[in-house]
Design a protein around this ligand. Structure first.
Ligand SMILES: NC(=O)c1ccc[n+]([C@@H]2O[C@H](COP(=O)([O-])OP(=O)(O)OC[C@H]3O[C@@H](n4cnc5c(N)ncnc54)[C@H](OP(=O)(O)O)[C@@H]3O)[C@@H](O)[C@H]2O)c1
Length: 299
């Protein structure tokens, strides 16, 4: 197989950073951050894709500040909805495969059953609405695509719940944590590695007879579920805290006691069966992923 050219966006984000490493065994990775390609600039995006002429475009870049999106809907829309549409059109033109990431926030969060890929979407906030519009633009383009919806992403760098909790647990004696939103914390490294495994299968004998049936949306999260409060408890149990200070008291609260500009879904559970049935992949349980992430970041 000839060496593939892979255009990676958001290369300094949580998932993008990990993808840079995990995709490198699949081909030559052109890792772009927002300075190298501003997704809000449609012409610049088209120009860059044509210049690199990739076989695969992997797009973890997104406007991810969920609360800020409520007051900046145009900026969020440009990056999360318009840009994926442009990447998809360019992918169509050059015959590239587009790999994109989306979110549990496309769902309303009603009920307690894990959402399946074909369940109806009804986002509660601007971020979710723009991410859904991005999915739809990709689907409408007709390009070969894989859209991985994930949830509650964290890692050893960037801005995420794990790092915020580790800091606050050292600074404050008590933390109030939302306990009625349920989902799966997902380690960005597991997402990146699963993406690379999917891509390595795409051209493998296992799937080369009828690849057309593969394109579409897949849910991809670490296995299991918890609340933000449960996630915080697990972080506290695993984290190496200073033994001289008492552990912070983690007080469970309902979402109604923690008002934010953007409303969040209560049920963020995503059913991952389609990923397993199609690619034979199931990500590890969120607790073991968290333990490995903390171990890696303490090394
Ligand atoms: N984080 C979560 O909890 C979560 C949950 C569900 C789904 N997701 C989805 O998973 C994917 C990866 O998320 P993540 O957590 O890795 O995000 P992240 O750490 O916030 O990284 C986002 C990246 O997007 C880039 N970006 C933002 N605006 C840009 C622009 N105008 N032009 C070019 N690049 C731009 C940022 O670049 P700069 O740093 O250079 O600005 C950053 O590298 C996203 O699609 C997100 O919607 C995330």
């Amino acid at each position: 197989m000839s060496r593939q050219r892979i255009l990676l966006t958001g290369a300094s984000g949580q998932v993008g950073w990990e993808l840079r490493r995990s995709l490198s065994c699949l081909g030559e990775v052109f890792a772009l951050d927002s300075g190298a390609m501003n997704l809000a600039d449609a012409d610049a995006v088209s120009r860059k894709v044509r210049e690199i002429a990739p076989h695969i475009i992997v797009n973890p870049a997104a406007y991810t500040t969920v609360d800020k999106a409520e007051s900046e809907p145009e900026r969020a829309h440009a990056v999360n909805a318009s840009a994926p549409g442009i990447l998809a059109e360019e992918a169509c033109t050059i015959g590239a495969l587009l790999v994109h990431y989306s979110t549990d926030y496309v769902f309303s969060g009603s009920g307690a059953t894990p959402w399946r890929e074909d369940d109806g979407c009804d986002p509660l906030n601007v971020y979710g609405a723009t991410k859904l519009a991005g999915e739809r633009a990709i689907q409408a383009s007709g390009c070969r695509h894989l859209i991985f919806r994930t949830s509650w992403v964290y890692g050893a760098r960037g801005s995420n719940f794990l790092l915020t909790m580790r800091r606050l647990m050292r600074e404050r004696p008590e933390l109030k944590i939302v306990a009625d939103q349920v989902g799966a914390p997902t380690w960005c490294r597991d997402l990146a590695e699963a993406t690379a495994q999917v891509l390595s299968q795409i051209n493998s004998p296992r799937h080369d007879t009828d690849q057309g049936t593969l394109w579409g949306v897949y849910h991809m999260t670490n296995a299991g579920e918890t609340s933000w409060h449960g996630f915080a408890q697990a972080i506290q149990a695993l984290d190496e805290l200073d033994e001289t200070s008492a552990p912070a008291h983690l007080l469970p609260i309902p979402s109604t006691d923690y008002p934010t500009p953007a409303k969040r879904p209560l049920n963020s559970r995503l059913n991952n069966d389609k990923l397993e049935q199609t690619f034979g992949l199931r990500l590890q349980d969120w607790r073991s992923a968290l333990a490995l992430c903390l171990e890696a970041s303490n090394r």
